[in-house]
Design a binder for this molecule. Structure first.
Ligand code: TXA
Ligand code: MG
Length: 331
């Protein structure tokens, strides 16, 4: 760490990536960009290093971590079974925003799995992440680089703001592209189950892996672990966030207390001057890419209430609906 106590933040060039790899090999924490959100990385085979991730995030110990790998061969070393569907999905979608849950190989540390017999694996589609994985020469455990239950980081400044005192180095690779976290598919049981919707639409996964059950039983923090750690409240800004049909936004905004923002899709809604109107793109890719930056900005500006238009139906909007519903959840 720097003498002042905070993490250093370096443009992610070759020298910085080599330095980051050295820090990771000696048990330190480095945040790095992926195509979804920034990850808080540690050597995934070093239980003490992984323990530092839980500590830095304030993450409950029953919430397992994703191991990031540079390619299919590295993934196969971490599992005890690699079904044909895993091979087909990885060939089609890796590198990319797909995390596969599979039976773990015996050497995957228990702390990574949070005691589960399975391990979550993903090969990120970002040149900095891939270069770092290759330079470190080991799988990297990496949750989103934010304090537990906070908003995920879509740029280096977000990481510094929430974890700046708790890690060694942030590799700055600019804003992330996909914006929301990877789709998580559990292949360790049948039927296969989508545990977290993400940038990849379920139908595109089904086209490769066959029928998939969409799992919607998010659990309250600390309860039964049907899918470990999928707590209902998540991704939450400090302000209260509510989802409403477009037709109800204005009336609710006018009776809201304090500073109120109204967020709509595909253009700012006409609102009186006492209310702040904001918008996200009217197509799902752009809306996902912009969501976390908008929530970070609204938090920074000190809003008390954020009213968001309920996103459209349809599978392309599923991940966005999921993140907003979690941000709006009270517990
Ligand atoms: O896009 C992403 O996936 C980002 C970037 C950094 O790669 N990472 C990320 O990690 O979102 P995290 O820790 O914020 O979310 C990982 C999710 C958690 O909800 C966890 O419960 C689930 O993956 N998970 C991890 N291992 C699992 C396992 N063995 N079985 C079921 N779920 C698992
Ligand atoms: Mg997270």
């Amino acid at each position: 760490m720097t003498p002042g106590g905070g993490a250093r933040c370096l443009p992610a060039d070759e020298a910085a990536i080599q330095e980051a790899a050295g820090i990771l090999r000696s048990g330190g924490l480095v945040a790095f960009p992926t195509e979804t959100v920034y990850g808080l990385g540690a050597d995934g085979l070093n239980p003490e290093a992984v323990a530092r991730i839980y500590e830095a995030k304030g993450r409950p110990s029953n919430n397992p971590l994703i191991l990031h790998v540079p390619d299919i061969a590295a993934a196969r070393e971490l599992v005890s079974e690699w079904p044909p569907e895993a091979q087909a999905l990885a060939e089609r979608f890796w590198p990319g925003p797909l995390t596969l849950v599979l039976p773990a190989a015996p050497h995957v540390p228990e702390i990574v799995r949070a005691g589960n017999p399975t391990v979550a694996l993903r090969c990120p589609d970002h040149p900095v992440a891939l270069a770092l994985l290759r330079a470190a020469g080991r799988p990297l455990a990496a949750p989103s680089a934010n304090r537990s239950q906070g908003i995920s980081p879509s740029c280096a400044e977000h990481v510094l703001k929430s974890l700046g005192e708790r890690l060694e180095l942030v590799l700055d690779g600019g804003p992330t592209q996909a914006g929301v976290e990877s789709s998580i598919l559990d292949l360790s049981r049948r039927p296969f189950r989508l545990l977290r919707p993400g940038p990849l639409a379920p139908s595109s996964l089904e086209a490769v892996a066959g029928p998939i059950q969409i799992w919607s039983g998010a659990v309250v923090q600390g309860e039964a672990q049907a899918a470990p750690g999928m707590s209902h409240r998540h991704y939450a800004p400090k302000a209260r966030l509510e989802l409403l049909p477009r037709s109800e936004l204005l009336a609710q905004a006018l009776c809201g207390k304090g500073q109120v923002a109204v967020v709509t899709f595909g253009g700012v809604a006409p609102v009186p001057e006492c209310i702040q109107g904001r918008s996200l793109p009217g197509e799902p890719g752009g809306a996902m890419a912009g969501l976390y930056a908008l929530l970070h900005d609204l938090d920074e500006e000190g809003f008390d209430l954020i009213l968001v238009e309920y996103p459209p139906e349809g599978e392309d909007w599923m991940a966005l609906r999921d993140r907003l519903e979690r941000a709006a959840a009270k517990a």
